[in-house]
Design a protein around this ligand. Structure first.
Ligand SMILES: Nc1ncnc2c1ncn2[C@@H]1O[C@H](COP(=O)(O)OP(=O)(O)OP(=O)(O)O)[C@@H](O)[C@H]1O
Ligand SMILES: [Mg+2]
Length: 296
């Protein structure tokens, strides 16, 4: 296990079960029919991993996903267990590192699409609307201002690229890749999950401006919600209190890190700069506050 000087977990190593597949944030170990999903404290922005981590971030992400798996209904999800005592014997000596930041999940055939749902108009969506009146090919009515709530949430999928940036595609383009039936199922599931979550979050003082889901198919051919769910890494969270249409709301998510990177003119190419202590501390505070407010 590799920690940085701030005690953020940067990388895991469990030789007993082999080498993990390392994503930007998660280390994923193959356990046969299941996967051990470990959320590290790594943070990425603009598809680049920062050299230092946010202490405790992996635990916050895992606790939030578990929270949503408990709350959201209407679809299977991939969670098997997050109880470390129930993990295979070979993992027990790593219990302290795995506790709170890991889960065992069913291995799914993941669909190569990021299912983005936007309930509000912001950032790239707002820019595109100003230019063309559309977001990812979807025409919207005139008259919206920055950060406005959309009349209805929209589904704006992207491809999932092995390397490089994901690409926005329309639902029609998605249908030519994976079929109309599956596209409709993804769209309906994504919108329904977003609405359930947004309604709940609102009661906790948080607006979920947008989010990204990933789905897979299980051995019986059913659509299953996978990956992480409705975390500050995969969503935009805005405190209701400071929300005002027309201006960019302060957020409880990664936008803060992106804004800092933009302020120092980071060119979005690795190597990324080290995040200074005050940016680490503030990010940690935002993630913690999202969990505290959303915990059921
Ligand atoms: N149940 C599942 N079965 C198989 N793979 C899964 C499952 N749930 C999530 N995944 C995949 O595991 C990886 C999680 O790691 P992480 O989120 O760190 O990756 P990432 O940096 O987002 O990488 P990627 O660009 O591949 O999504 C993702 O590639 C995700 O698609
Ligand atoms: Mg991911």
């Amino acid at each position: 296990m590799q920690y940085d000087s701030n005690h953020a977990l940067l990388s895991t190593s469990i030789p007993e079960i082999g080498e993990p597949k390392r994503g930007k944030v998660r280390d994923v170990y193959d356990l046969g029919d299941t996967l051990l999903f470990v959320a590290t404290d790594r943070i990425s922005a603009f598809d680049c991993i920062m050299p230092n981590g946010i202490p405790g971030k992996g635990r916050i992400l895992t606790q939030l996903s578990l929270n949503w798996f408990k709350l959201l209904t209407g679809l299977k999800n991939h969670l098997v267990t997050a109880d470390v005592k129930a993990y295979p014997a070979a993992l027990q000596k790593y219990a302290a590192d795995l506790e709170g930041r890991s889960m065992i999940v069913r291995k799914l055939k993941m669909l190569p699409v990021e299912c983005i749902v936007r309930g509000y108009l912001t950032c790239s969506g707002w820019e595109s609307y100003q230019k063309s009146g559309k977001v990812c090919g979807i025409p919207l009515r005139a008259g919206y201002v920055n950060a406005d709530k959309l009349d209805e949430p929209i589904f704006t999928p992207t491809t999932k690229e092995e390397s490089g940036h994901d690409m926005a595609i329309t639902a029609a383009e998605l249908a030519t890749r994976i079929g109309q039936k599956l596209t409709d199922a993804l769209q309906n599931a994504s919108i329904s999950l977003y609405k359930q979550a947004a309604d709940f979050a609102r009661t906790r003082g948080i607006i979920i401006a947008d989010t990204k889901f990933e789905f897979g198919v299980d051995e019986s051919g059913d659509l299953v919600l996978g990956d992480e769910v409705l975390t500050p890494d995969s969503s935009r969270f805005w405190p209701v209190d400071s929300y005002k249409p027309g201006k960019n709301p302060p957020s409880l998510d990664k936008q803060f890190v992106r804004d800092w990177l933009d302020s120092i003119h980071f060119n979005h190419q690795p190597p990324a700069p080290v995040l200074p202590p005050e940016i680490v501390a503030k990010t940690q505070e935002k993630y913690e506050s999202a969990l505290a407010q959303l915990k059921a």
